[in-house]
Design a protein. Structure first.
Lengths: 260, 398
């Protein structure tokens, strides 16, 4: 509730609702974006899943930006942890004067950041349209497989802080790299030549049993979740604030109803 | 003798020079069965390197007119996209790598870049020069791989559904996996960080000046940005879009490969079969010509021995000459039959070339269109990042 009391005083009910919605959307956006990057990095998303997921994240970005703009226009001072561009209202309303020269450095920075985020969103949408085109042009025999290189890798290699690395080295491949040597090699292949590990297809699967993770009773079983539903479910599962958790489950339930 | 010795000197010098200059590794012939090395356990994400396999260099057609008959650069251009896709898919199956993507030539930003040049490809022989270089600029290897198949192997792959040159792709993937296994964890981390910072310094050179030390083609980490560095996070957000862009391109490449797969396999099989018949006829023709010539020479020898005036010898001589002439003639006939198969090969090549060209043109057009719009977007982002950097630091960048 403390979040509802801001510097400007007590909020109106509709402003409080907007702020709450912003919090939910922001939490879902942060969680989903992080998860998206992690999955891309691990290569566990197929081409189609990556597209759907990217679209979902882009939609959350738009929703957050819209909420920020709405609240800023209403004169609500926004909590900094929500990451709203501070000049959103000014970006939406064409300035009558040279706004840049009137801005503080912080305001200029926020405006530039907002411009960058807007550009990224546009780019995402352009790529999504292109991916739709790719799928439409896929040979009819097995159109579902379009996507080629598939799931993009994400950012973040731990640069900056010496991120902890995993442990095991490569399994299987042992021995010399055979830098020299000539002639025909029949049946080379080194150790571990089976196991059916299919690279990116073999990534860990999501735990979908919501009941085990505190899903409310009216939440449907997640066995038939598509990628968007799965992300909503995971965001809800990970959320620690009971209030936000309930909101996220509600979003999940609505989404499932809308898609079933 | 002295002349011969002198004339050999330049040749020996040339050979020595060629050996000294060559960066080519050893030639590697590939057998019919090569088991693909796959991971036994799933590797931790931090130990995975993303791989970009470049569209291959199509190389040049054989200088010998007969060897080049029918082959065309249209076919080579199609193969330059088809072969790396086969290698990409093979590497992806091993589990040793992160995302494995196919990228246009000269695309910067990879953690490990695999490049290739087609040295020879005619349906029966495939020879590829493959090299791999990581983000720090270290060349892992440069090696030529070759494999020969005959048309009966195309019949086998119809049943098994894999490319007839799959053992060659497996060999390359296995070699790369072996080299990767030699890397220490720290080396893998450094490669990943250097790749990330090379991307960052390309996009925002002012902000990331001094993070990398460059010495020729080699890059070393000088220092690291803080994990919560806002500029670094902005660049990473753009890098994610770069990956998404390449994934989208891979959708086009994938469509191309699947459209090409059947006609390409049919062409290689038919060409290989015709080539086998051609070789059999050429061998037969040559054998008959040699036999014919030997018979005629034998007859002449009988004549020269002075026994030619005897009636029996005379008959034998005539039989030999006539028989030899006949055998020689059938050899010549066989030679002219080879022309039919040679024409068939040329016709097959021309037909496939006509089929492949529009596919290549289409995928190239899509690649250019997409990378063109992306490049324009990147120019805007570079300018924006520069302004952000100036706004953050108060310094005007260079």
């Amino acid at each position: 509730m403390a979040g509802l009391l801001l510097a400007g005083g007590v909020l109106h009910a509709d402003e409080a609702r907007s702020l709450e919605r912003l919090r939910v959307n922001h939490a879902a956006m942060v969680s989903s974006e992080q998860d998206f990057h992690d999955r891309q990095r691990r290569g566990t998303l197929s081409g189609v899943e990556a597209t759907d997921y990217a679209a979902y994240v882009a939609r959350l970005h738009r929703l957050v930006a819209e909420d920020c703009a709405e609240l800023a226009l209403a004169g609500v001072s926004l909590p900094p942890e929500l990451g709203c561009p501070r000049l959103t209202p000014n970006l939406l309303v064409p300035p009558p004067i040279d706004q840049a020269s009137e801005q503080t450095p912080d305001e200029q920075l926020a405006a530039l950041d907002a411009e960058l985020m807007g550009g990224l969103g546009d780019f995402d949408e352009m790529l999504l349209r292109e991916q739709d085109r790719v799928r439409a042009k896929a040979p009819m025999s097995d159109a579902g497989g379009a996507g080629g290189g598939g799931a993009g890798a994400g950012s973040g290699d731990g640069s900056g802080e010496g991120a902890g690395e995993g442990d095991a080295g490569a399994g299987g491949a042992e021995g010399e790299s055979a830098e020299s040597g000539e002639g025909t090699e029949a049946s080379q292949g080194t150790g571990g030549a089976n196991a059916g590990m299919g690279g990116r297809e073999s990534g860990p699967r999501t735990q979908r049993d919501g009941r085990k993770r505190g899903a409310p009773g009216n939440i449907p079983n997640g066995d038939d979740d598509d990628v968007v539903a799965r992300q909503l479910r995971e965001a809800a599962e990970k959320e620690t604030s009971p209030e936000l958790k309930a909101k996220l489950w509600e979003e999940y339930r609505k989404y499932k109803e809308g898609t079933s | 003798m002295a002349m011969r010795s002198i004339s050999l000197v330049p040749l020996l010098l040339l050979l020595a020079l060629m050996q000294g200059c060559s960066t080519m590794g050893p030639m590697r012939g590939v057998g019919d069965t090569v088991v693909l090395d796959k991971t036994v356990v799933e590797l931790p994400e931090a130990q995975l390197l993303d791989v970009w396999v470049e569209i291959f260099n199509p190389g040049t057609l054989p200088k010998d007119e007969e060897d080049a008959a029918g082959l065309s650069m249209d076919i080579r251009e199609a193969e330059a996209r088809y072969f790396p896709e086969q290698l990409r898919a093979t590497m992806e199956r091993t589990g040793y790598w992160g995302a494995v993507r196919l990228v246009p030539r000269n695309t910067a930003g990879s953690e490990l870049l695999v490049s290739g040049t087609i040295i020879e490809s005619d349906g029966e022989n495939l020879e590829l020069e493959i090299s791999a270089r990581d983000a720090t600029g270290k060349e892992w290897f440069r090696r030529t791989y070759s494999k020969e198949v005959d048309y009966t192997q195309y019949l086998r792959i119809d049943r098994e559904g894999e490319d007839v040159f799959q053992p060659l792709y497996n060999t390359i993937a296995n070699d790369l996996a072996k080299l990767r296994a030699k890397l220490e964890r720290g080396e893998i981390t450094e490669i990943r960080r250097v790749a990330s910072l090379r991307f960052a310094s390309d996009l925002a050179p002012d902000a990331f000046d001094g993070y990398l030390e460059q010495n020729g083609e080699r890059f070393n980490l000088a220092r690291l940005p803080a994990a919560d560095d806002p500029m670094y996070q902005r660049v990473q957000a753009i890098r994610d879009r770069d990956f998404l862009l390449i994934d989208t391109l891979n959708g086009h490449f994938d469509n191309f490969t699947r459209e090409m797969e059947q006609p390409y396999t049919d062409w290689r099989r038919a060409r290989s079969e015709e080539a086998a018949k051609l070789r059999a006829l050429e061998r037969e023709a040559m054998k008959r010509k040699l036999l014919g010539v030997a018979a005629i020479i034998g007859a002449i020898a009988i004549e020269a021995s002075g026994n030619g005036n005897r009636a029996g010898s005379s008959v034998a001589r005539d039989v030999l000459i006539l028989g030899g002439a006949y055998t020689f003639k059938t050899g010549m006939d066989k030679s002219s039959e080879t022309g039919i198969h040679r024409d068939a090969i040329i016709e097959l090549d021309e037909s496939f070339s006509v089929e492949a060209r529009p596919l290549v043109v289409e995928v190239e057009g899509e690649t250019h269109e997409l990378t063109g719009s992306a490049e324009m977007q990147y120019v805007k982002w570079r300018a924006l990042l520069k302004r952000i950097y100036e706004s953050e630091t108060g310094f005007a960048g260079t």
